[in-house]
Design a protein around this ligand. Structure first.
Ligand SMILES: [Zn+2]
Length: 255
């Protein structure tokens, strides 16, 4: 077998064409080109600022009203509201349009894949989405925009309109379990993939890392597109280090 970093784009494009089920896994790296900062990575906002991490910790959020007030203020100016999808997001939407993308699992909460044209029913957001709120008491979900309107109108910590419970963005905070049904869908996709394309993820946190393992174990080819090395590079069939916004459109065009 060739070394993973010596496999060319044409060969990988051939694998994509031949695959029955291509599953794509994306992480923060695909959205940094859209101006969304990486929160969890080694250079991440949370990693470098423990106070910011506190705002994202479920325990503090549920017990400290000041943390919730600060969180709502942060949501008002979240970069996702103004960010536009980039060439990497658009390439994956195009891959789906060509009939070569079965499922898109993303660690990102920004909704940019859907905004780029990926079908919502093919996108699995394992860390949730910032575009909705969820009531921590009754589980009701609602558009984030409506809650933000209430904050702008003067409610510093708007409660659930149905039950008065604490509202939170529908994202997975530190100390919060992933949604079991969402995780099961992602695992099932990895198990049936015959090509797993991991894009812009350091593969250092689970379950994303586990999905690569599952796909490889069930016989899928693994292609990693990431600027820096990941723990799974040696297991991969191909590794691309080029900028995502350049290499993904090339790959999709060739596929
Ligand atoms: Zn409620």
């Amino acid at each position: 077998m060739a070394e993973p970093d010596s496999v060319g784009l044409e060969e990988i494009a051939g694998w994509v064409r031949a695959a029955r089920s291509v599953v794509v896994l994306t992480g923060a790296g695909i959205s940094t080109e859209s101006g969304i900062p990486d929160f969890r990575g080694p250079q991440g906002v949370w990693t470098k600022d423990p106070k910011a991490e506190k705002l994202s910790n479920l325990h503090y959020y549920m017990t400290d009203p000041e943390v919730r007030v600060a969180s709502w203020q942060a949501r008002l100016v979240h970069p996702a509201w103004t960010a536009e999808p980039n060439a990497g997001h658009r390439a994956l939407a195009e891959l789906e349009g060509k009939g070569h993308l079965e499922v898109l699992v993303t660690q990102n909460i920004d909704g940019l894949h859907q905004k780029a044209g990926s079908s919502p029913d093919r996108v699995i957001e394992i860390h949730g989405t910032v575009r909705e709120v969820v009531c921590m008491a009754c589980g009701e979900r609602a558009p984030m925009e409506r809650a933000l309107d209430r904050v702008r109108a003067g409610e510093a910590d708007p409660p659930c309109r149905s039950c008065g419970g604490i509202l939170k963005s529908a994202t997975i905070a530190f100390g919060q379990q992933l949604d079991p049904a969402t995780l099961r869908r992602a695992v099932a996709a990895a198990q049936t993939a015959d090509l797993l394309l991991a894009v812009g993820t350091s593969l250092s946190v689970h379950p994303a890392a586990g999905l690569v393992e599952i796909a490889a174990r069930t016989g899928a080819r693994v292609v990693i597109v990431n600027a820096s090395p990941t723990p799974y590079d040696a297991l991969a069939d191909a590794v691309l280090r080029d900028p995502i916004g350049t290499v993904l459109p090339e790959l999709v065009t060739a596929a």
